[in-house]
Design a protein around this ligand. Structure first.
Ligand code: ADP
Length: 572
């Protein structure tokens, strides 16, 4: 059994298309037969000729049928291409016989154009030449010789030239079409190759993204998840045990850095990134089971299109669980050690004070007791700072704001620092209003003043000058502590308020400190709704400025502790 469709498929698939390089001989032969039949039919209807089986045209008709049988019977895909030309030449010969009726004036002459076109189409210009010769020898010349009629000479030439020209025109057009097709195919192949490379690159990129230990997410401009790597799928399962909608801003088991406060939609990293926000090291916890929940540090960057419009965002989630747990252990350790140190320290300070109050001690012992008092006071401050630092991770600092006289607080702070200033020969100046009622936590504000003034004295070489001033500026109060000390490098200024950070100058000059005072000062100021800023120049000095909200002094100040009541407009 012969399966035509399948037989042709692999080798001559191109022949089925009319514009293919190698047209299907069977198809063309069928067309040819149809047109020949039409011509004969029309001729018969118009009465110009009859079908006479004993005449030459009958031989032509028989040849046409032979051509049809051959076109069907021959397995063309196995026949050398050049031999296919025999079929149109057979058709031309058939038409040559058909012309031998009615003195060669029938419609058969025009029909030779069809096999001629076929040859031009298949074999290009050489095909057109073969067609011209074939038409002349097989179709035009026999009629001329047969009838010996001079009038047929013009017709002979005409048939040859017209079919030759038609074959040539078609050959030229087909050449152009084929050249265009070849270019298109080349481009198509290049495009396919480029797409293949892109796909390969994408797979490489996917493989790399899946191997990294960082969760990665790509959002489009509408906040829809475009891509998620394997690591992030683990985090998604923890945060959304009931499934994720692939949309940014979905609420789930996502908690703030304290591990307890649930994020609202506006605070979620994906929601913020989808709004075009960029950030680094946003700490979150995902999951609800204390044993499996993970701490993540999230960074986000926006992606812009070629016109600079927001096109999406990339988010990276680094697992910092171990780090957070270590921090937690460290803070717990610091807190417990500080607590343990506080009680004996209070005894030392208290008993040193009691001893100093005795009047039967010789001056040498009093001086030694003073050293004990000063050192234990310093230790007390350090312990308080450490304790505060350990606790500050547990949430925002708690302040109790009451109407307080800020001038008194600042004066008291300066008063306490006077012995230290005198010891190093530094002038300590104070410029504060007589009284300034502000809503603050007096203990915490005293700590701020103490930190800033002590720093100014510490980081100013002996013989320097420190000025502490307080003034009202519209709806703000400004406290400034200026010195002409070692100054701070620009590169260090950004990290100045981070915990345990010490600037280069302090380290180089071996000035004592642990780097906690400014971070505590900043959190106190911020929990009062204020801001702290620094201006500085290395070798020339620094100015620390604190701005706090001021309600116009409507509140009545609270009484200060007894030792804070120094009433002078300047000291030093
Ligand atoms: P500490 O003084 O214990 O090191 P702080 O947090 O108070 O810690 O200060 C952090 C760092 O800021 C200091 O180590 C120092 O380098 C720098 N600094 C603070 N105040 C001044 C100042 N007035 N002049 C120069 N450097 C300062």
């Amino acid at each position: 059994m012969r399966d035509v469709g399948r037989r042709r498929e692999p080798a001559v698939a191109g022949r089925t298309s009319l514009l293919a390089d190698d047209p299907d001989p069977q198809l063309l032969q069928t067309w040819f037969l149809a047109v020949v039949a039409l011509a004969f039919g029309l001729a018969r209807v118009s009465g110009t000729t009859g079908i006479d089986l004993r005449t030459w045209p009958t031989v032509g008709a028989a040849l046409t049928l032979v051509g049809c049988v051959v076109s069907v019977a021959v397995p063309w895909e196995r026949v050398p291409r050049v031999l296919v030309a025999l079929l149109p030449l057979l058709d031309i010969a058939a038409l040559g016989f058909a012309r031998l009726d009615s003195a060669g004036s029938g419609a058969a002459g025009i029909l030779v154009v069809m096999p001629a076109l076929w040859l031009g189409w298949m074999y290009g210009r050489p095909g057109a030449l073969v067609a011209t010769l074939g038409v002349f020898v097989l179709a035009a010349l026999p009629a001329l010789l047969y009838f010996g009629n001079r009038e047929l000479l013009a017709r002979t030439v005409l048939i040859t030239v017209v079919s030759g020209a038609a074959a040539l025109v078609l050959a030229a057009s087909m050449e152009k079409v084929r050249a265009g097709t070849r270019i298109a195919e080349k481009r198509g192949a290049e495009l396919a190759e480029a797409l293949r490379m892109i796909e390969l690159q994408r797979r490489f990129a996917d493989a790399i993204l899946d191997t990294v230990d960082v969760g990665l997410v790509l959002l489009d401009r509408n906040g829809t998840y475009r891509s998620v790597n394997k690591r992030h799928e683990d985090f998604l399962r923890l945060a959304f045990p009931h499934g994720h909608t692939s949309r940014a801003g979905q609420l789930g088991l996502i908690f703030e850095a304290d591990g307890r406060t649930v994020f609202n939609r506006e605070g979620l990293p994906t929601h913020r990134a989808a709004q075009g926000e960029e950030f680094d090291d946003l700490r979150i916890w995902v999951g609800s089971d204390p044993l499996t929940m993970r701490a993540l540090s999230v960074s986000a960057r926006s992606v812009l299109d070629d016109r600079g419009a927001f096109a999406g965002a990339a988010l990276a989630y680094t697992d910092v669980t171990e780090f957070m747990r270590v921090l937690q252990v460290k803070d717990e350790f610091i807190a417990s050690v500080s607590h343990e140190l506080r009680t004996p320290l209070t005894s030392i300070v208290g008993y040193a004070q009691l001893l100093r109050e005795r009047d039967d001690l010789n001056p040498e012992v009093v001086a030694q007791l003073e050293v004990i008092s000063r050192s234990s006071a310093r230790l007390q401050r350090l312990v308080a700072d450490l304790l505060h630092t350990a606790e500050s991770d547990e949430g925002p600092m708690h302040v109790t704001r009451v109407p307080s006289d800020l001038s008194d607080i600042v004066r008291a702070g300066v008063q306490c620092a006077l012995p230290m200033a005198e010891a190093v020969g530094t002038t300590l100046e104070l410029d504060v209003p007589d009284s300034l009622s502000v809503l603050v936590d007096p203990q915490r504000m005293a700590q701020v003043v103490d930190n800033l003034v002590t720093n100014a004295l510490k980081y100013t070489p002996p013989g320097g000058r420190v000025v502490v001033s307080l003034e009202v500026d519209g709806d703000r109060v400004e406290l400034a502590v200026a010195d002409n000390g070692v100054g701070i490098d620009v590169a260090d200024r950004e990290r100045l308020f981070s915990r345990f950070f010490r600037a280069r100058q302090a380290e180089e000059q071996s000035i004592q400190g642990v780097g906690l005072g400014l971070s505590i000062t900043k959190s106190i100021v911020e929990s009062h709704g204020g801001r702290i800023e620094v201006e500085s120049e290395v070798g020339r000095g620094s100015v620390f400025r604190i701005r706090l909200p001021y309600d116009g002094g409507a509140a009545t100040p609270a009484r200060l502790p007894a030792d804070a009541g120094v009433h002078s407009s300047s000291a030093g």
